[in-house]
Design a protein around this ligand. Structure first.
Ligand code: TXA
Ligand code: MG
Length: 347
C-alpha cells in the first residue's frame, strides 16, 4: 500500500499551485504515478519512456497488459519525437482539435517504452486541454502515458473523489482540479489506414473530423459487441468497460414504453437511469444524467450517475437510451458497454 497524497489545486495561490505542479513532475520523473484532471476524465500519469513507470500504471488499474495507453504531450512538435510518419491530416486535425478531447493513432518510432503500445507498431497521442495536465507535462519534460484513473472495467472518474475511491493506496498523489468538463474520454481516431477511422467516439464528433479531412469511418465496435476471436483495431474495445457493479439494461423506445416495461418487470433492487425531469414519472427509484436533448450534459454526468447507482445499492439498472447524434454517439457507446450491450428494443 502506498501513502497517497491528496492535494487540491482549487482556490490556491499561484505560488502554491506552482509547488503542486513541481511536486507532481518530481514524482513522475522519479518513476511513479500521479492522478490529475484532464478536460475529459481524470488520468493516471507516468513517464512513457520508462518501462517500470508504465508497469506501475497497469498495476494500479489492474489493466490487461495488451491494452495500450495514450501518450500525452504539451506541444504539437513533440509528436515527431514519437512518430517518424506523421501524416499531413494529423497536422490539420491537431491545428483544429488540440489541445482538446482528441487522440490520434499514428505509426510509432519505438522511442517510448514498448509496454505503452502493448506490442502494437502504432502509438496513440493526445494534447489535453487542461491547465494542470499541460503544466505537469511541461514541468516533467517527458511524454506522459495516461489512461483513465479508474480500476480497470469500472466507470472513468470525472471528479477527484472518484479517483480517491478507486486509487487510494495504489498511487503516490491525486490532484483535485474539480469536475471534468466533458466527462467522457477523448475521441480516438486512427490515421494508420486509408481512411481515418474513429475507434472510440468522444466530444470531437465524426462530422467535425469530416469537415477537416473529408472522410471518416466509424469502427463497427462502437455500437456493437466484438465477436469472439476477432482481431480488433483497438484492444480496449474487447473488454467489459465503464461498468458499475449493478447489471445495466438499456431500454430503447419512448418514455411511455419504458414506464410500461419497468412496471411489468420490476423487482427489489431495481433503479432507473433516466433523463432530467422523468424521475417522478417512474415506478422505481431513479438517477438522472442530463436533459434528453442535451448530449454534452449526458456525457458530463453519465459516469458519475453510474457510480451513484452503485452507492445507492442498485442491483439492476434500467437505462433510457440516449440519442446517438453528435456527442450522443459517445454517450451511447459508453452506456452500451456499461450494459455489456444488453439493449432491448421496446415495441
Ligand atoms: O480522454 C482520454 O483519452 C483519457 C485521458 C486521461 O486522457 N485517457 C483514456 O485512456 O481514456 P484509456 O487508457 O482509458 O483509453 C485509451 C484507449 C483504449 O481503448 C486503448 O485500447 C486505445 O485508446 N488505444 C491506445 N493506444 C492505441 C493504439 N496504438 N491503437 C489502438 N488503440 C489504442
Ligand atoms: Mg479507460
Amino acid at each position: 500500500m502506498l501513502n497517497t497524497e491528496y492535494i487540491s489545486a482549487l482556490g490556491v495561490s499561484d505560488a502554491e499551485y506552482n509547488e503542486i505542479i513541481a511536486k507532481a513532475a518530481e514524482i513522475i520523473k522519479s518513476g511513479s504515478v500521479v492522478a490529475l484532471p484532464t478536460e475529459t476524465v481524470y488520468g493516471l500519469f507516468a513517464d512513457a519512456t520508462s518501462t517500470e513507470a508504465v508497469a506501475k500504471i497497469f498495476e494500479a488499474k489492474g489493466r490487461p497488459q495488451d491494452n495500450p495507453l495514450i501518450v500525452h504531450i504539451a506541444d504539437f512538435q513533440d509528436i515527431y519525437k514519437l512518430s517518424d510518419e506523421v501524416p499531413k491530416e494529423a497536422e490539420e486535425l491537431a491545428k483544429k482539435f488540440w489541445p482538446g478531447p482528441f487522440t490520434m493513432i499514428v505509426k510509432s518510432n519505438g522511442r517510448v517504452s514498448k509496454s505503452v503500445s502493448a506490442g502494437l507498431s502504432t502509438i496513440a497521442v493526445r494534447m489535453p486541454d487542461s491547465k494542470i495536465a499541460l503544466d505537469v507535462i511541461r514541468a516533467s519534460k517527458l511524454p506522459l502515458a495516461a489512461p483513465s484513473a479508474n480500476i480497470s472495467g469500472f466507470p472513468s472518474p470525472t471528479s477527484a473523489e472518484h479517483v480517491r475511491d478507486d486509487m487510494t493506496g495504489r498511487i503516490e498523489m491525486i490532484i483535485d482540479g474539480g469536475e471534468c468538463r466533458y466527462g467522457v474520454e477523448s475521441t480516438v481516431l486512427s490515421l494508420t489506414g486509408d481512411v481515418p477511422r474513429i475507434l472510440r467516439p468522444g466530444a470531437v464528433t465524426a462530422d467535425a473530423i469530416k469537415a477537416v479531412v473529408g472522410a471518416v469511418e466509424i469502427d463497427e465496435s462502437v455500437l456493437k459487441p466484438v465477436g469472439e476471436g476477432v482481431v480488433v483495431s483497438s484492444p480496449g474495445m474487447k473488454y467489459r468497460h465503464y461498468s458499475p457493479k449493478a447489471q445495466v439494461i438499456v431500454l430503447r423506445g419512448s418514455l411511455n414504453s419504458f414506464v410500461e416495461y419497468v412496471e411489468r418487470h420490476q423487482m427489489e433492487g431495481d433503479f432507473a437511469l433516466c433523463f432530467d425531469g422523468e424521475e417522478d414519472l417512474l415506478p422505481i427509484r431513479a438517477v438522472s444524467f442530463g436533459a434528453e436533448k442535451d448530449s454534452l450534459m449526458q456525457a458530463q454526468r453519465l459516469y458519475s450517475a453510474l457510480r451513484q447507482l452503485d452507492e445507492l445499492g442498485a442491483e439492476r439498472v434500467f437505462a433510457r437510451c440516449p440519442s446517438k447524434e453528435g456527442v450522443g454517439l459517445a454517450v451511447c457507446n459508453r452506456l452500451f458497454r456499461a450494459a455489456g450491450f444488453n439493449v432491448i428494443d421496446l415495441k
